[in-house]
Ligand binder design. Structure first.
Ligand code: G6P
Ligand code: ZN
Length: 542
């Protein structure tokens, strides 16, 4: 019933910021999926008889790969696979299932916010027993294995009916098809004051949640509409589709522009939010005001105690290096630890496991806490709702009061997508080469006080991650950061992060791009963005 299939290695199976991501046709090559999955299994020890959690964001190719992984898990000796009904599990829900049932680990099929469809993106990611993305040690091991793999094990069994909740036997292995929403919704009820949020909806609070035809649709319907009593229609685009309805399931101001426009319009609801393909990102927009992910992290951290799950206070806050320093000021005021990590949620895992941080966030629209080991879009929306219900103020009032207390970090990210890899690498190499000469010089009247290539020393396991982004720091706390994305699937994406701190209350309502104009020009001058990329403007501004 089990066989070993002889295979030859592929040389491009290196996991990026968040697992292996490629176009669907790449994954459809002979044994491509099987090689990678076997390399994951070969890089792990001691899973015989244990449980593997399995699910995905429902994108094109999800169902096919689910069946392959189940058959390979059986042949490799797992005792049980817990799979989300229909092959669906949002990334944070998968993390929760791994933790709640003490599973050995999980495989999540997703390319997050990247488009889906026969010619679009697919991805495979391994999460460990803490529910978080595999550490770099494991992903390096997986990559090494993909380069030498000579065979994989698979069971010759009929496909499992993954649409029916229940348990079936597959050889010696059990396959349990679970409701993808139930455990997650119960976890959310344990963290937030559902009663207070329900009362707010009863009193006429209006919200719009855009699931972008991605995985959070069923979660939003159950939690916001059913359990919290928000009116029918609060969740939009709630049916997960393999191609996300042809859209880009990235909740930012470009791909969720319709939501932004609605929130800025005359009949705007009180609160607007969206999540991405696999449900771990969030977009927060109040009536007439967009909250940047960096600000959202700071505001959630400052108000977290209003939610029952965080009543005891936070142990610390962590943010990725390119995320603005807004949360640092909250940590300072609360007298708790602040940790600056490289981009990638996996770097928060150790801090959360060690109890050093409770809340984490990234500029890339990710916020989360120690309730799971992934960022969590619906969680961020619920924490906002809990805070709004407890304070009885609008999003705008909360933001303005926050800035008045802590000062405002004007912040924007400029992306140059699909730049030729050689050109992007040349930009980074040239800038890296001249970092040492920058301090003490001035560009456009802005004095550079420091410049470096960010390296992270993990305070828990002592590991060091180098080359995590080039930072240029100016007098007064302004900053420009340059790095290449680790999640793109074609060419290179240059990200330029621009930040300026403004303590003056009277200057808190400027247009962000205008407030940052001199730094934007300085960034181009320092790194030669236009000349290297051949572009005269970014493809996306967030
Ligand atoms: C994924 C990761 C995040 C990361 C983001 C952007 O969503 O889970 O941790 O911040 O990608 O990564 P990139 O390398 O494209 O800037
Ligand atoms: Zn995602």
């Amino acid at each position: 019933m089990f066989r070993t299939v002889v295979t030859t290695p592929y040389d491009d199976q290196k996991p990026g910021t968040s697992g292996l991501r490629k176009k669907v046709p790449v994954f459809q090559q002979e044994n491509y999926v099987e090689n990678f999955v076997q390399s994951i299994f070969d890089s792990l020890d001691g899973f015989k008889g244990k449980t593997l959690v399995l699910g995905g964001d429902g994108r094109f190719y999800n169902r096919e790969v689910i069946q392959v992984v189940i058959r390979m898990a059986a042949a490799n000796g797992f005792g049980k696979v817990m799979v989300g009904q229909g092959g669906i599990l949002s990334t944070p829900a998968a993390s929760n299932v791994i933790r709640k049932y003490g599973a050995f680990g999980g495989i999540i099929l997703s390319a997050s916010h990247n488009p889906g469809g026969p010619h679009e993106d697919f991805g495979i990611k391994y999460n460990g027993e803490n529910g978080g993305p595999a550490t770099e040690t494991i992903t390096d091991r997986i990559f090494e294995r993909t380069r030498t793999i000579g065979g994989y094990k698979i069971a010759d069994l009929a496909p499992v009916d993954i649409d029916k909740v229940g348990t079936v036997l597959m050889g010696d292995m059990t396959v349990e098809v679970i409701d993808p929403v139930a455990d997650y919704a119960a976890l959310m009820e344990s963290l937030f004051d559902f009663e207070a949020i329900r009362t707010m909806f009863t009193n006429g609070f209006r919200m719009r949640f855009d699931a972008m035809h991605a995985v959070t649709g069923p979660y939003a319907k159950e939690i916001f509409e059913k359990r919290l009593g928000a009116p029918d229609g609060t969740a939009r685009n709630f049916v997960p589709l393999p191609d996300f309805g042809g859209h880009h399931p990235d909740p930012n101001l470009v791909h969720a522009k319709h939501l932004y426009d609605e929130m800025m319009g005359p009949d705007a609801p009180d609160f607007g939010a969206a999540s991405d393909g696999d449900g771990d990102r969030n977009l927060i927009i109040g009536k007439g005001i967009f909250i940047t992910p960096s600000d959202s992290l700071a505001m959630l951290a400052a108000n977290a105690r209003l939610a029952p799950g965080y009543r005891k206070g936070l142990k610390g806050i962590a943010r990725s290096m390119p995320t603005s320093g807004a949360a640092d000021r909250v940590a300072e005021k609360l007298g708790i630890g602040m940790y600056e990590t490289p981009t990638g949620w996996k770097f928060f895992g150790n801090l959360l496991d060690a109890g050093k941080a409770t809340i984490c966030g990234e500029e890339s629209a990710g916020t989360g806490s120690d309730h799971v080991r992934e960022k969590d879009g619906v969680w961020a929306v619920l924490l906002w709702l809990n805070i709004l219900a407890a304070r009885g103020e609008s999003v705008k009032e909360i933001a303005e009061r926050h800035w008045a207390t802590y000062g405002r970090n004007y912040y924007s990210r400029h992306d140059y997508e699909e730049v030729e890899t050689d050109r992007a690498n040349a930009l980074v190499a040239e800038l890296r080469g001249k970092l040492g000469t920058l301090p003490g010089t001035s560009v456009r009247g802005l004095k550079i006080v420091a410049a470096d290539d960010f390296a992270y020393h993990d305070p828990v396991d002592g590991s060091v991650s180098r080359n995590q982004g080039l930072r240029v720091l100016f007098d007064g706390g302004s900053r420009v950061v340059f790095r290449l994305s680790g999640t793109g699937t074609s060419g290179a994406t240059l990200r330029v992060y621009i930040e300026r701190y403004e303590p003056d209350k009277l200057r808190h309502d400027l247009d962000t791009q205008e407030a940052l104009a001199d730094l934007i020009a300085a960034a181009d001058e320092i790194a030669g963005i236009r000349s290297h990329t051949g572009r005269n403007k970014p493809s996306v501004i967030t």
